[in-house]
Ligand binder design. Structure first.
Ligand code: ATP
Ligand code: SF4
Ligand code: MG
Length: 331
């Protein structure tokens, strides 16, 4: 049996502003677990809480954000009970995150060698020539050309795609058991993107690292992930294995996301989900997707659907799962 390395239960993270009068419920009772060697994808529209969820897992939230409920068990201990000082020992060694915007994670005044080598130095005890060799290997692994030259340079001397890959090398440096990658390939061209994804997969095969992958690209989810969590307005609306969810989505929002993927060679107009997600500081009563859902009725607008088990290891939050299945068959 594979070992469970992360267990998140009913996690809730809010941003509070304007003296506490406005509360943004960015993550609302999210639960999932990750096993050794497993890859979980997190998908959902912009602003649905993906980054906030990931930042909560490494406890690197912005000022004004607070974890207000739930637990995060990493290798069997609740990291919400650790001090920030203790978290410094955990980050990079047990869990590392590749931030969505690498410029915010890379320090502009420290050279690449020192930044990439930091976790290997701190958590794996590498020194002098062994450390330098490790940095070189990591830069080669993420396809940075002329690594010996580049390691003496600074982030502003790199292209956006290079910075993104260097942020990947920084995360790999301490050989963590879990890597969270928040949109790690957005500024990479397709060839480099494919190489980068292959690197992560190879690494996973060799080391059993658990991956959490945040992406807008359902093609990447299909290629990389075992399970997927679909988020909408801070909540999980559907969860299950990638194969089952792609073949038979239960939630109308998941169906709409899948329909929005452009089909190669198709001249049909692109499908887009009409309307906007709700304001997370002023959520409507009932189902948060109701104003955009083609099969919503009065009950949906009044009552929030609970996240329930709809099959083995499958969850969905919708009052009309059967009706959605029927409308898919007719489409
Ligand atoms: N520092 C912050 N202060 C206040 N509110 C924030 C802050 N960061 C994010 N939010 C709000 O929290 C919600 C979730 O944002 P988050 O960045 O987690 O979404 P996301 O799913 O990662 O979006 P994207 O796909 O655009 O990266 C949004 O409503 C956003 O406006
Ligand atoms: S609960 Fe109702 S409004 Fe919400 S997704 Fe299901 S059918 Fe649509
Ligand atoms: Mg984000």
């Amino acid at each position: 049996m594979t070992r469970e390395i992360l267990k998140v239960k009913d996690l809730a993270t809010h941003y509070t502003g304007f003296g506490g009068s406005r509360v943004v419920k960015a993550v609302d009772e999210v639960s999932f677990s990750l096993e050794e060697g497993q890859t979980i994808g997190i998908v959902g529209e912009s602003g649905c809480g993906k980054t906030t969820l990931c930042l909560s897992l490494v406890r690197l939230l912005a000022p004004g954000a607070q974890i207000v409920g739930g637990s995060i068990e990493l290798n069997g201990r609740d990291i919400l009970k650790l001090s920030q000082k203790e978290m410094v020992e955990v980050r990079g060694k047990e869990i590392a995150m590749i931030l969505q915007d690498p410029m915010t994670s890379l320090n502009p005044v420290i050279n690449i060698e020192t930044q990439v080598g930091e976790a290997a130095f701190k958590h794996r005890g590498l020194r002098s020539s062994t450390l330098r060799e490790r940095v070189r290997q990591l830069l080669e692994a993420v396809r940075i050309p002329s690594p010996d030259v580049r390691m003496q340079e600074f982030p502003h001397q790199m292209s956006g795609g290079m910075r993104q890959r260097i942020a990947g090398a920084v995360a790999l440096s301490g050989e963590p058991g879990i890597i969270i990658a928040d949109e790690p390939t957005t500024s990479l061209d397709v060839t480099i993107q494919a190489q980068y994804l292959d690197l992560l997969r190879r690494l996973q095969k060799d080391t059993g690292v658990g991956l959490i992958f945040v992406t807008h690209d359902l093609g990447i989810v299909a290629k990389m992930c075992d399970d997927v969590i679909v988020m909408y307005a801070g909540k999980t609306v559907e969860k299950g294995s990638v194969r089952e969810i792609f073949n038979n989505p239960n939630h109308p929002y998941t169906s709409a996301l899948i329909r929005s993927v452009p089909k190669l060679g198709s001249k049909d107009p692109l499908y887009r989900i009409e309307g906007q997600p709700p304001d997370l500081s002023n959520l409507p009563q009932g189902c948060s997707f109701a104003s955009r859902c083609a099969i919503a009725d009065d009950h949906c607008f009044e009552h929030e659907p609970p996240l329930i088990e709809v099959g083995p290891r499958r969850l969905a939050a919708c009052w009309k799962i059967e009706e959605n299945a029927a409308s898919k068959e007719q489409a």
